[in-house]
Design a protein around this ligand. Sequence first.
Ligand code: F6R
Length: 366
Amino acid sequence: DKGTYRHYMLKEIYEQPQAIQRTLEDRIQANHRIQPHAFGTQAPDIFEKIKHIQIIACGTSYHAGYVARYWFESIAGISCNVEVASEYRYRQSVLPENTLFVTISQSGETADTLAALREAKKKGIFASLCICNVPTSTLVRESDLAFITHAGPEIGVASTKAFTTQLVALMLLVVSVAKVRGLELAREQQIVQQLQSLPVILDSVLAMDKAIERIAEEFGEKHHTLFLGRGAHYPVAMEGALKLKEISYIHAEAYPAGELKHGPLALVDHDMPVVAVAPNNDLIDKLKSNLQEVRARAGELYVFADSKVHITPEIGLKVFAMPSVSDDIAPIVYTVPLQLLSYHVAVIRGTDVDQPRNLAKSVTVE
Ligand code: F6R
């Protein structure tokens, strides 16, 4: 039931604060520590022995894995690779010793993801773990460890709350792995408290909806867009671009902002809007100079920036003030305005938002 919402997608975007609350429920102790068995009773023993993480997924779930890769290396200090399932499964890859094979899937029925897991099992992986929204799915059945996101049913073909709850689940996993590798208690509690603050923060981001709807008009007639981010916000930009492509049918491409000058800058002109996410981290000055490169070519910029970051709006440069959040949870927070942007652009273009052409909710074919 869509309730008062015009589309399931919009309803599911708005459900994210509650969905995240459900992901955290029963996984956190009163002292802001993660339940030792949040990933299953055997998890702590397995985490003690792992030396590498391989993440496999498709589409939006792949983008969640891509964000988590930054977290695994920076917070847990463990090497991590991430790859789309349809490439991994057909490739002669080398599995490092004691690899934890992590699959991510909303449905748990994506054919390529399942096949990649089966391939890896044949090669003799150390252990497998899935992050999934459907407890009865094939993926959950076939994995050693399973973490259910509890996002609730996602009806819109374009994934929204499944993605942000996957990110929350992945952060819990990163911290759980980091703990056995010596993460300090205070740091664990700090990250957990940030995750617990997400529902309130996301409510404030959802309040930007009207402002985003107003600028969506400016994308209605465009044919191409560019999404920029750096670090863990590069996959956030990828997810923003995927959302726009699949529901508005506008060509969108994501680039790590530092790559602009290596090619895509040639495309930038007045007709190609450039959307950038600018959280307040140590890459912000680099990002600002990338934005200057775009302005110098008359590119129209739409920047979602931390309210503490000073970017002065001017003609051709619109700035949306985002709540000031730590770098740990910023990728989850910055995803939401991009979902809203795609949604409103699609509505303006009159597409079938919940059932985009040529796409299926669950891709059970190869
Ligand atoms: C995009 C989208 C798809 C899925 C992909 C994987 O909005 O929904 O890209 O993310 O088909 O699906 P799951 O997560 O069910 O394996």
